[in-house]
Write a protein that binds this ligand. Structure first.
Ligand code: ATP
Length: 323
């Protein structure tokens, strides 16, 4: 193995740059040439490859986003379009590929690995934490901290003006960001896709909570079955006529920012492991973390199984969130 390529794909996440740095440095360590592919699968199909120099990854450990660029490339789902990608990989003499992205990116990586016949390893880079086979994805911890700090600010205003706030957070069809930011911010309630949302029960809860209280914060996962924060506010309004309701959609601030210590450490450790897995001839595996140990999971399980937010002492937690 002489040349390994790296690409970042799907939604950007804090820590992607840290992973690119670790992979590049590990490649130099093992006398491999690291090749950066620009803009995810778009760049792979267009042949936008750059040989990474050691200095290209200076001072990026702390930067959010991805220096390689990312893209949503729907054309990559077409076999004909992937033939271009395969030709480019062969022409450039790439012997192995590391894909940093979410479940969609791994779906693409799995198909590509089967068609191109070079080893492909995945690093979970997504704020959503929605991948089976890891307790944390790269970017999740930073996004949680960003959300919690935004909710702290909203709480100041909510309690000054006696408001009920519905705060929408990202996470696609997964409730990790919503549930854990609700726990850490002391939110009064949380709506996640994994549980049934009952608007009338929520209205009742808000009414009973509000006796003697100056504010309520309800975290709404963007993928909740009843809709986002705007939908929830519209549906609940007739049940809460005496309340002043507001919504905040946190949006893309959740994706940006400097990675936390946790994300930097995770990205660095898993980036090095990804290079070593390629050298060992492993393929179609995702690097994850469990109880502080790096582990690997086959792509088919990482994308085929659903990760569910874990709640210990569910009953007590329910009380903390609803009393
Ligand atoms: P995030 O969870 O942060 O949004 P993601 O990796 O899930 O990240 P997607 O937009 O779902 O983001 O997927 C990224 C890219 O992966 C797609 O634009 C597409 O190029 C490729 N991809 C997704 N699904 C497939 C598939 N079934 N076949 C081939 N390529 C795919």
């Amino acid at each position: 193995m002489k040349k390994i390529a790296i690409l970042t794909s799907g939604g950007d996440a804090p820590g992607m740059n840290t992973a690119i740095r670790a992979i590049t440095k590990a490649a130099f360590h093992y006398n491999l040439q690291a090749v950066g592919i620009k803009d995810g699968y778009d760049g792979l199909m267009a042949g936008r490859f750059v040989n990474m120099k050691y200095t290209d990854v200076d001072n990026i450990i702390q930067r959010g986003g991805t220096i390689l660029g990312s893209a949503r490339s729907p054309e990559f789902k077409n076999k004909e379009a992937r033939k271009e990608a395969i030709k480019n990989i062969k022409d450039a003499g790439i012997d192995g590929l590391i894909v940093i992205g979410g479940d969609g990116s791994f779906r693409g990586a799995k198909i590509l690995a089967e068609e191109v016949n070079i080893p492909v390893i995945g690093l979970p880079g997504t704020i959503d934490n929605d991948l089976y086979g890891t307790e944390a994805t790269i970017g999740y911890d930073t996004a949680l901290n960003t959300i919690v700090s935004a909710i702290d600010n909203i709480r100041d205003t909510a309690s000054s003006h006696k408001r009920v706030f519905f705060v929408e957070v990202m996470g696609r069809n997964s409730g990790f960001l919503a549930l854990n930011s609700a726990i850490a911010s002391g939110a009064e309630s949380v709506l996640i896709p994994e549980t049934i949302t009952n608007i009338e029960a929520l209205a009742k809860q808000i009414k009973s909570q509000n006796k003697g209280r100056r504010s309520s914060i309800i975290i709404v996962a963007e993928g909740d079955e009843e809709g986002g924060a705007m939908d929830i506010m519209r549906k609940i309004k007739p049940h809460l006529e005496d309340f002043r309701l507001r919504t905040t959609i946190l949006g893309h601030i959740q994706r940006g920012g400097s990675p936390s210590y946790f994300d930097r450490a995770l990205a660095t450790r898993s980036g090095i492991m990804a290079v070593e897995l390629l050298l060992d001839g492993k393929t179609q595996q995702m690097v994850g973390i469990k109880a502080d140990e790096l582990i690997t999971t086959d792509f088919k399980d990482a994308i085929g199984k659903h990760a569910i937010p874990k709640v210990e002492k569910e009953e007590l937690l329910g009380k903390l969130l609803t009393l």
